[in-house]
Ligand binder design. Sequence first.
Ligand code: ADP
Ligand code: ADP
Length: 218
Amino acid sequence: TGTLTLEGVTKQFDTGTVAVREVSLDLAPGDFVTVVGPSGCGKSTLLRLASGLETVTRGTVAVEAASTSYVFQDPTLLEWRSALRNVELVGELRRVPREERRRRALEALELVGLTGFEAQHPRKLSGGMRMRVSLARALVADPDLALFDEPFGALDEITRLQMQTELQKLFQLKGFAGLFITHSVSEAVYLSTRVVVMSGRPGRIVAEIPVPFAYPRP
Ligand code: ADP
Ligand code: ADP
């Protein structure tokens, strides 16, 4: 499980803008692929097509995953719920029994280093901690496929480096396939097993570069 295949995907919006043209991409279990490229070259659109949030104009998107999660740059946390209850929400929506739901949420918060902060409300947390809650919420359901739209783009440099290290650990531990958008080439090289470079308007994939010192695949 945990595969994503895009074949000859083109997206033209109702406005007439062609955001991506003829894009093909393969993600297998153990792949962590980053997409880099200038603003407006269609990276977000590509991710939204992969997630099913947008429909393709031409081409095909095939996802094989029991569960997919999506992490945005701006963590959409529920401000009136504690960190724990934000992470528990996923289990609530899936009707997971209360005790299991709580156990898994506590475990996920521990994985992202938030033990001790379970009862805090999001507005009291720093940007990095909010991103950690968002990561815990994304990973609590053990997704086979995780999609990241520039999640660390708004964080300060030090927090960003910490989050990169933690995400890499989580990836090694959990073994989901990942597709990760970033503006930062160093972030891409650090995190991924493969870097995809997009360019142009409409955006196309102009290079795919395996990262030679990629960590071992699960
Ligand atoms: P990136 O993520 O690389 O910055 P986007 O995928 O956000 O690029 O945008 C690619 C192009 O598609 C841009 O020209 C953008 O204005 C356009 N675009 C994105 N979303 C929409 C939309 N919902 N409707 C119309 N045009 C869009
Ligand atoms: P980024 O550059 O960080 O990828 P954008 O600011 O381009 O993000 O886009 C943010 C949101 O606005 C996305 O959901 C995208 O689909 C939407 N969007 C971008 N351009 C347009 C547009 N021209 N018309 C409508 N929606 C758009």
